[in-house]
Design a protein around this ligand. Structure first.
Ligand SMILES: Nc1ncnc2c1ncn2[C@@H]1O[C@H](COP(=O)(O)OP(=O)(O)OP(=O)(O)O)[C@@H](O)[C@H]1O
Ligand SMILES: Cc1cn([C@H]2C[C@H](O)[C@@H](COP(=O)(O)O)O2)c(=O)[nH]c1=O
Length: 200
């Protein structure tokens, strides 16, 4: 089963991802961008204010393709629970926001279309919901994406994704104190795994 954690920068994904390690010691914990050389290329692009938005989309997507074939698919084939801190929805929400400043028409559909041929959708996604101002202030503006105005557009894209797939997403109020957020996520993941196991 593949569970992904999504949300704006600073929403607390890494905090809950780390907490889940203790609860699911046999699971595979992974993240995007990855630590491969594809992930290094992504980091270089993120630190370049003038990076071409399409080139940047394809760097993130190359990193995803490598992540899928090297980590995610083998773990799923071995029957493991996989928990990924960011996954394809990050591309849909973030790169669609970046591409909205270009000539690309219907960027959200465009980015989803690129993934349709090869990606493996998550079985469930926990969305840590936080307003863009809180997100930007928690994240500390360490990269070009961590600005409230841009994050507002990213959040709108996440909302479109949730509206289109309400059964896949679990929304958690990430403005609550960290220990409450961790507890809510742990309870949600426990239920998702139980329901998935019952269906299998
Ligand atoms: N519920 C919370 N309330 C207040 N602060 C929080 C909460 N969750 C996390 N934080 C703090 O916000 C900062 C970002 O948290 P974290 O790294 O878990 O978020 P993230 O979503 O992984 O961010 P990024 O996408 O930027 O890596 C950290 O300083 C963390 O301690
Ligand atoms: C996977 C992915 C990530 N991003 C952005 C979102 C964040 O600003 C950074 C990753 O930082 P984090 O601290 O590891 O969360 O990259 C993106 O724009 N598109 C993506 O597909």
């Amino acid at each position: 089963m593949l569970i992904t954690l999504e949300g704006l920068d600073g929403s607390g994904k890494t905090t809950v991802w780390e907490a889940l390690h203790d609860v699911y010691p046999d699971a595979v914990f992974t993240r995007e961008p990855t630590e491969s050389w594809y992930g290094d290329a992504v980091s270089r692009s993120m630190s370049d204010e003038d990076a071409d938005p399409l080139a940047e989309l394809f760097l993130f997507t190359a990193d995803h393709a490598d992540h899928l074939s090297r980590v995610v698919r083998p773990a799923l084939d071995a029957g493991k629970l996989v928990v990924s801190d960011r996954y394809s929805d990050s591309r849909f929400a973030y790169q669609a926001a970046t591409l909205s400043r270009t000539d690309v028409t219907r960027p959200l559909e465009y980015v989803q279309g690129i993934h349709a041929a090869f990606s493996r959708p998550p079985d469930a996604t926990v969305y840590l919901d936080v307003d863009p101002e809180t997100a930007a202030s928690r994240a500390g503006a360490t990269n070009k994406f961590e600005r409230a105005e841009y994050l507002a557009e990213v959040r709108d894209n996440y909302e479109e994704l949730i509206d289109a797939n309400p059964e896949r997403f679990v929304r958690v109020d990430a403005t609550e104190p960290p220990e409450d957020v961790v507890e809510m996520v742990e309870r949600s993941v426990e239920r998702l795994v139980r329901e998935h196991d019952r269906r299998e």
